[in-house]
Design a protein. Sequence first.
Length: 268
Amino acid sequence: MPGFERDFIHMTLDMEVNLLVAAISATYGVSDHIDIGVTVPFVRTSLSGTSTADLFLVDDTLALHRFGGDSANPVLNASSSAFGVASGVGDLETTVKVRLAQGEHVGYALVGAARFGTGDERNLLGAGGFSGRALGVVSARLGSFNPHGYLGYTVRSGGRQANSVEANVGFDDLLAPWWTMAFDVLGSWQSGASKIEVPGPVEYNAPFNYSLDRTNIPRRRDNVLNAAVGFKFRTRRGIQIVANALVPLKVTGLQPDVTWTGGLEYNF
């Protein structure tokens, strides 16, 4: 095998995705035991990326492969950048909550949620498919301290999206009549085999046996563990200001460093 046939390119991709989501939510109490809700998100997605390619020559005296120049002075590095913005309606979500029992200190409920693929998947405005979630919820009231948790399962219809088991444990604490703090640990564990096939290495057997990785995408299950810290402030007019930060506790691949959310609530 000629040496130039073993030349290879190392590609590095630096990509940043920013999502700005404004959601309008409404909840209606059908009865003392059943609530229904709907959430309509409006999403603005911006994406910027730069790819850098480095060409490695086995026989640098020939330099048959190059991005420019000539064999005596070859250009072995190249880069390209792209940027795009899209905005529109995201995935519509509906929820149903059924209160099963409510004691003096402990309550139990079932929650069902359906998310429809109304957002444009190609412009990263939605997931591109239907997902449904069923949860069993338990909450307690110990004075101003209220622990809670849930356990459930999510089904996704997307071609490359796996189903998952969902779990949460946390609490909220009324620190003052106008100030509440909440803390949660949220977990999601992939159910079944992954639907994304990661290509394996390329194997060469001449002039000697060696392998070359085609990607550095890790082969791991899509298990997610996050911590959420939030605060709720009540104003004199009854409007509640909500702020929350979601921080990953487990490295799982492509994920945000921190997800910030904020909103306003008003009950009538």
